[in-house]
Ligand binder design. Structure first.
Ligand code: NOJ
Length: 564
C-alpha cells in the first residue's frame, strides 16, 4: 500500500532538479555588484624574463588583484595572433599565443583565480579573424573551398569601398582587392582583419564551438567585440547596413545554456535609442553594454565643469530592462572615443584634454591615459568616485589605480598599453629582460620611478590604497548596481547628485566637477552619514547630519547613507 510519505518523497524528488537549478542560478546577477578589471596578459607581468607578460606572471599577480578588491578580470585577446592589432587579429581561436605560455599555464591561472573567487571574462572577437587564420588562407586559395563563404566577397569593387572605416586616417578602405582570390573582401577594421560572414550558418556553428570551448575552460563570460559589425549585413552598404539583432539573443541563449551565470558584455558604441536592440526588450540580449554615450558626455562635463550634458546622457540611457546593466568606465585600451559628441563639444574636450595633434587619433578621439589628462590627483579621485557611483558596474583599466601615464611616441593606441609599473627597479619590475618590445615609461612625472605599485602600497594615502578603499565602498553599496535611481537637483550646475533606493537602503552621492567649492541646496531635507570618509583614510568620525544646505569643496565627492 502506497503511504503518504511515499508521495511526499516523490514530490521532493521531482522538485530536486528545480532546487539544483535554483542554486545554480542564485548568483545569476553577480555582474550587478561587481568590479571588473581589464588587462592585457602581455603587459602585466613577465615571469620568465623574455620581455613579454605571460600567464604565469599574471597568476603570480592574482593576490595583488585580490587585495585591490576586484571581482572579475576581463582579459584582452590572448590567442595565437600576428599581433598587428593587439591580439584582436586572431589566427587560432583555441590556441594561446605561445609567448604567453601553454594551455597548462592557462589552466593553472584559471584554477588560482577561481580559488580566489575572481571570475575571468575573455574577449570574444568574432567579427573578423586575422588574414593569417587558416580559414582565410584556404578561402583565398580556392573559390570552391568551404571556407570561401566564411568571409565576405565581391567580384566588383563596391561603390562605398572607401567608406565606413573604423580607423580613419590609418585605414583607407573597407573593401580591398585580394590578388590571389581575385575578388574584393570586406573588412570593417584594418585590412589584415577580414570580416567573417556571420550570417553564414557554418560560421555561426564555428563560433558556438569557440564559445563552448572557452566556457568549458571556465570563463565566466565574454566581452563581445564590435557587436554592431558582427550583426551587420555588409552587402546592404557600409553606412547604414541591415542589422540582425536576433543574433545577439542567440549568442546569449547559447552561452546561458552552457553556463547559467555566463555574462555577455557588449562593445556597442551606439545611440541611446538603439540600446534596447542590444539588451533585448525583455533583457534577453546582452546583460551588459559599455556606456560609451555617458563616457563621452562625462568627459565633456569634466572639460566644462558643468553637469548638464552628463545628466542628459544619464537620463537618455536610463530606460533599460530590469536585468540589464551598464558597464561604466573612464578609460580603456582604445582611444577615448568622442565620436558621439557634436563637433563643438568634441573641440572643447580636445582643447582641455588632448590639445596637441599627436594626442588625437582617428578624427574622433584622444589616445591618452586618465592621469595625464586630468592632471590633478583631486580631480582624478573625483572622476573615479563619480564613475563608481554611476548606475551600473565599474570597469577599471590596469594601471589607472596607480595613475599611470601614456607614451605618445608609440603608434596609435599603443600609447596607453605600456607595461604595468610594479616598482622602481629596471623595467618597472615588469620584466628582467634587457630589451622590451613594448617599453616602460621611464621619463617625466609618470616614469615608473615616480609611479609604481610598490611605492604606493607603502603609502596609506596613495591613489592605489585610495582606489582599493573605493572598491570596498562601492561593494558595500549594492543600491548602486541593483537599485532604482534618480538625479536630484543640487542647486549648483557643477554638482551632480544621484539618489539610490534599494529595499530599505538609500544612498545619496554628490560630485563637484569644478575646482571651486560649491554651495549646495537640496530640495528635500535628508539625514545621513557620510560614508565616503572611509576613502580618505582619516580618523575623523562623522555622525548623522542634516543635509539640505551645505557646501562641497572643489572636486569634492561625498557619499551619504540616508536614514529613511
Ligand atoms: C574593438 C577593440 O576594442 C579594438 O581594440 C580593436 O582594434 C577592434 N575592436 C577590432 O577588433
Amino acid at each position: 500500500m502506497i503511504n503518504r510519505n511515499y508521495f511526499i518523497s516523490i514530490f521532493f524528488l521531482l522538485l530536486f532538479p528545480y532546487f539544483l537549478s535554483a542554486q545554480d542560478n542564485s548568483n545569476e546577477y553577480w555582474y550587478k555588484n561587481s568590479v571588473i578589471y581589464n588587462l592585457d596578459v602581455d603587459s602585466f607581468y613577465d615571469s620568465d624574463g623574455d620581455g613579454i607578460g605571460d600567464f604565469k606572471g599574471l597568476t603570480e599577480k592574482l593576490p595583488y588583484l585580490k587585495s585591490l578588491g576586484i571581482d572579475a578580470l576581463w582579459l584582452a585577446p590572448f590567442q595565437k595572433s600576428p599581433l598587428k592589432d593587439n591580439g584582436y587579429d586572431i589566427e587560432d581561436y583555441y590556441m594561446i599565443h605561445p609567448d604567453y605560455g601553454t594551455g597548462g599555464d592557462l589552466v593553472e591561472f584559471m584554477y588560482e583565480a577561481n580559488k580566489l573567487g575572481i571570475r575571468i571574462i575573455t574577449d570574444l572577437v568574432i567579427n573578423h579573424t586575422s588574414d593569417q587564420h587558416i580559414w582565410f588562407q584556404e578561402a583565398v586559395k580556392d573559390e570552391n573551398s568551404i571556407y570561401r563563404d566564411y568571409y565576405v566577397w565581391s567580384k566588383e569593387r563596391p561603390d562605398d569601398y572607401n567608406e565606413g572605416m573604423v580607423f580613419p586616417g590609418v585605414q583607407e578602405q573597407t573593401w580591398t582587392f585580394h590578388p590571389e582570390a581575385g575578388e574584393y573582401y570586406y573588412h570593417r577594421f584594418y585590412e589584415f582583419q577580414p570580416d567573417l560572414n556571420n550570417l553564414n550558418p557554418a560560421v555561426q556553428e564555428e563560433m558556438r564551438k569557440v564559445m563552448g570551448y572557452w566556457l568549458w575552460m571556465g570563463v565566466a563570460g565574454f566581452r563581445l567585440d564590435a557587436v554592431p559589425f558582427i550583426i551587420e549585413d555588409p552587402y546592404t552598404g557600409v553606412e547604414d547596413p541591415e542589422l540582425h539583432y536576433d543574433m545577439v539573443k542567440q549568442i546569449r541563449q547559447f552561452i546561458q545554456w552552457r553556463r547559467s551565470d555566463a555574462l555577455l558584455l557588449g562593445e556597442a558604441n551606439v545611440m541611446p535609442d538603439e540600446n534596447k536592440n542590444y539588451f533585448g526588450d525583455d533583457g534577453d540580449g546582452m546583460q551588459m553594454l559599455f556606456n560609451f554615450f555617458v563616457n563621452q558626455h562625462l568627459f565633456y562635463s569634466f572639460a566644462t565643469e558643468e553637469v548638464s550634458r552628463l545628466t542628459a546622457s544619464l537620463e537618455a540611457t536610463k530606460d533599460i530592462p530590469e536585468n540589464s546593466q551598464w558597464a561604466h568606465f573612464l578609460r580603456n585600451h582604445d582611444e577615448l572615443d568622442l565620436g558621439r559628441l557634436s563637433d563643438e563639444q568634441r573641440a572643447v574636450v580636445f582643447d582641455n584634454f588632448g590639445p596637441d595633434e599627436d594626442m588625437q587619433i582617428y578624427e574622433r578621439g584622444i589616445r591618452r591615459r586618465l592621469a595625464p589628462m586630468l592632471d590633478d590627483t583631486r580631480r582624478i579621485k573625483m572622476a573615479y568616485s563619480l564613475m563608481f557611483s554611476l548606475p551600473g558596474t565599474p570597469v577599471i583599466r590596469y594601471g589607472d589605480e596607480i595613475g599611470m601615464g601614456d607614451d605618445l611616441s608609440l603608434p596609435e593606441r599603443e600609447a596607453v598599453r605600456t607595461p604595468m609599473q610594479w616598482s622602481a627597479v629596471k623595467n618597472a619590475g615588469f620584466s628582467t629582460a634587457d630589451h622590451l618590445e613594448n617599453p616602460v615609461i621611464d621619463k617625466g612625472q609618470y616614469s615608473y620611478r615616480q609611479v609604481n605599485v610598490l611605492q604606493q602600497q607603502q603609502d596609506p594615502n596613495s591613489l592605489l590604497n585610495w582606489t582599493s578603499r573605493l572598491i570596498k565602498l562601492r561593494k558595500s553599496c549594492p543600491e548602486i548596481g541593483m537599485g532604482d535611481w534618480e538625479l536630484i537637483s543640487t542647486g549648483s550646475p557643477h554638482v551632480l547628485g544621484i539618489k539610490y533606493e534599494f529595499g530599505s537602503r538609500s544612498l545619496l552621492v554628490l560630485h563637484n566637477l569644478s575646482a571651486a567649492s560649491q554651495d549646495i541646496v537640496l530640495q528635500d531635507n535628508f539625514q545621513g552619514y557620510r560614508i565616503s570618509n572611509s576613502l580618505e583614510n582619516s580618523k575623523e568620525k562623522t555622525g548623522i547630519r542634516e543635509l539640505q544646505e551645505f557646501s562641497i569643496k572643489g572636486y569634492g565627492y561625498e557619499w551619504y547613507q540616508l536614514e529613511n
